[in-house]
Design a protein around this ligand. Sequence first.
Ligand code: C5P
Length: 220
Amino acid sequence: GRGIIIAIDGPAGAGKSTVARHLARHFGLLNLETGAMYRAFALRAIEGDFDFDDPVSLERLAGQTKITLVPTLTGNRVLLDGIDVTQRIRDSDVTQGASRVSVHPTIRAWMVDLQRALGQKGGIVMEGRDIGTVVFPDADLKFFLDASPEARSQRRYEQTPAAAENRGTISQELRERDERDRNRAQSPLRPAPDAVTIDSTDLSLEEVLRRIESIVKARL
Ligand code: C5P
């Protein structure tokens, strides 16, 4: 049979990437960051001057785009048509673009196929918005990591390279992204019925990890 599949979903800034990375390292699993794939595609759309609201053109673009995720100990590296775009996809224009291209059902279907192929052998921690609900509804363990909007924008602010953006912009962008991710018709962000929800507003990374690790350990 396949190895274990752990799904981690939740809104931006809830700490999913950090938690997924630590968890994968702790248990010797691969960490796959699906948000990076939407980001890479958004970058492709930006470079080609595509309209984020034109699903027909975007679908054609998708057919000509190759996105590769390379898991490493420090996070995923992302290749867009063979070019390493790991740093570039963290910029604000790409971040907003990712949340806009990801509303289109044909784009999501393409991504979900890629993600299922990447994860089919198991032995993975896959992180995103719809892993437990759509990509791997039969995942062995599902976590929904949440936190208050204030805590999430504070964390984003602390992670953002010095003076890159101001606090107001970050919290505004986070709110817009939340709004789109939760309200889109296709695969809106929500906890799977069988997910364990962890609100990390008042928890340290260590506390979140301890809770999740004890649940995973009981399952291995
Ligand atoms: O997780 P990250 O912030 O990198 O994701 C960027 C955007 O990609 C999210 O705001 C969301 O709109 C989209 N996304 C998605 N489904 C996923 C992962 C990310 O719709 N599984």
